[in-house]
Design a protein around this ligand. Structure first.
Ligand code: PM9
Length: 466
């Protein structure tokens, strides 16, 4: 029986090593925020009290992973550590072929370059920043085929990440077999608030792809969280072990492109895993150009070891249950204080609905970027914008205009305690009480690609409350 409850979630670990953090005075935070151009990516980590910028590569490794580091085989070619990783990927995900990469976007690059011909479409359930950038760099065109409810922060559907099968079929009708490079399903969907895809939906997508001779790929960054949510929300899967659901999801697709910096509890790493020999050979060859030899892919032998252990840890039900419970706890605390968040609460992060938090701002006032900045100023907590700034521009230079303006509070795995989460919820709830005084931002500098990482902003004059 689980010892987790909505009010109390004893951590399934104890602390063996600590890293000091400190809360700077508000006047200093104000200054540091201005120096960072109001972009939380440009803050110094030392100036952040609780860092919820991302759950990517920010995990705490276990003692078993730290122990495994010492076993790293640093041979240039054919290292034992690669073999251990290969075994872990085969056992847990079920793919025979593996190409390691330095992180997820390395795998996205190999996949996009291997399978996209210029002009071809790639269908997916909402864009992800680096994924779409690599699709476009390879000459592809991304088409969103997610269900409509994904764009509605208030909709409480359990599987808002699902693919809209009619939309996908209509796209396939338009492109034909040759015009579609592949279908890429993100599970869960990061930009929609961490919303999962149901196993039933994935089965139907796979059946459609088989019928149309289309290739199907999963984004594997947080598949374990998706599998866990399936085990809780999908009637036919209640109580099934996460490991089993994960294997079934992977059995439905041709390949997975994985950022191992999420589910697998490591600080760096990624891979492409597949059952398609042609893709494997092509990606292995490109790996040598972009990452390093195909048995290390830009990683040290010790990184491969830590990843091999992390992959086996990530499917243990206690770990994943606590991870998702922590996120739910933070979400419920915020919602209880009236802070508008995306429902249902996702597996890796709580997403604040910035348009509802700051209703006096329009999308051109960059509400999510502004809210992330004011959260840091008020609390020392670092969050990330997921709205118009992240969405970037189209080829004609027009802003993409996403329907959601979100601020993401992503929880690193095994890092923060329940008290930290109470502090975060309390600080943001207090900020919400004085929301009418919070101004928007405008761009002061905008780089050409993935602008959210490096843009700089300045505050707009304060508008009167609605
Ligand atoms: N995700 C995140 O914070 C880190 C970079 S974007 C700020 O959510 C998915 C679903 C991701 C992802 C990274 C990548 C790329 C692919 N797919 O960061 O290259 O969430 O390891 O992975 C981030 P890498």
């Amino acid at each position: 029986m689980s010892i987790l409850s909505p009010q109390l979630m004893p951590e399934p670990y104890r602390i063996k090593m600590i890293e000091p953090i400190r809360l700077l005075p508000e006047a200093v935070r104000r200054q540091r925020l201005a120096e960072a151009g109001y972009n939380t990516f440009l803050l110094r980590s030392a100036d952040v009290y609780i860092d919820l910028l991302t759950d990517s590569g920010t995990n705490a490794m276990s003692d078993a992973q730290w122990g495994a580091l010492m076993m790293g085989d640093e041979a240039y070619a054919g290292s034992r550590s690669f073999e251990r990783l290969q075994e872990a990927v085969r056992d847990v995900y079920g793919f025979p072929y593996l190409v390691p990469t330095h992180q997820g976007r390395g795998a996205e690059n190999l996949l996009s370059k291997s399978w996209i011909k210029p002009g071809q479409a790639v269908a997916g359930n909402m864009y992800f920043t680096t994924t779409r950038a690599h699709i476009e760099l390879a000459g592809g065109v991304f088409h969103d085929v997610i269900v409509e409810e994904a764009h509605d922060a208030g909709s409480n559907l359990p599987f808002k990440g699902n693919v809209d099968l009619r939309r996908l079929e209509a796209l396939m009708d338009r492109t034909g077999r040759e015009g579609l490079a592949y279908v890429a399903v993100g599970a869960p969907v990061n930009m929609a608030g961490g919303q999962p895809v149901s196993l039933d939906n994935l089965r139907q997508v796979a059946a459609l792809c088989r019928a149309r001779d289309a290739r199907l790929v999963l984004d594997g960054a947080r598949l374990v969280e998706n599998a866990y949510m399936i085990s809780r929300r999908e009637a036919s899967c209640q109580g099934r072990p996460v490991a089993e659901i994960l294997r079934e999801m992977c059995a439905l697709v041709d390949a997975i492109a994985v950022s191992a910096k999420k589910d697998a509890y490591v600080n760096i790493g990624g891979f492409l895993a597949t059952r398609d020999k042609g893709l494997y050979e092509e990606a292995m060859n490109l790996c040598v150009l972009y990452e390093g030899l195909h048995t290390y892919g830009g990683l040290a032998g010790r990184d491969l070891e830590a990843l091999a252990v992390g992959i086996r840890e990530m499917i243990q039900d206690d770990w994943i249950a606590h991870r998702v419970a922590q996120v739910e706890y933070l979400g419920r605390r915020l919602a209880a204080r009236g802070v508008p968040i995306v429902h249902p609460i996702g597996g890796h992060a709580v997403f604040i609905d910035a348009s509802a938090f700051l209703p006096h701002l329009s999308q051109d006032d960059l509400p999510a970027q502004a809210l992330a900045a004011w959260i840091y100023q008020a609390t020392g907590v670092r969050a990330m914008e997921r709205g118009i700034v992240s969405a970037g521009r189209d080829e004609a230079g027009r802003n993409h205009r996403p329907s959601l303006e979100l601020v993401r509070l992503a929880l690193p795995r095994r890092v923060y305690t329940q008290t930290h989460l109470d502090y975060v919820a309390d600080g943001i709830a207090r900020l919400h009480e004085r929301r009418a005084q919070l101004p928007g931002l405008r761009f002061a500098y905008e780089p050409p690609r993935l602008r959210f990482f490096q843009s700089r902003f300045v505050p707009e004059p304060i508008k009167a409350a609605a």
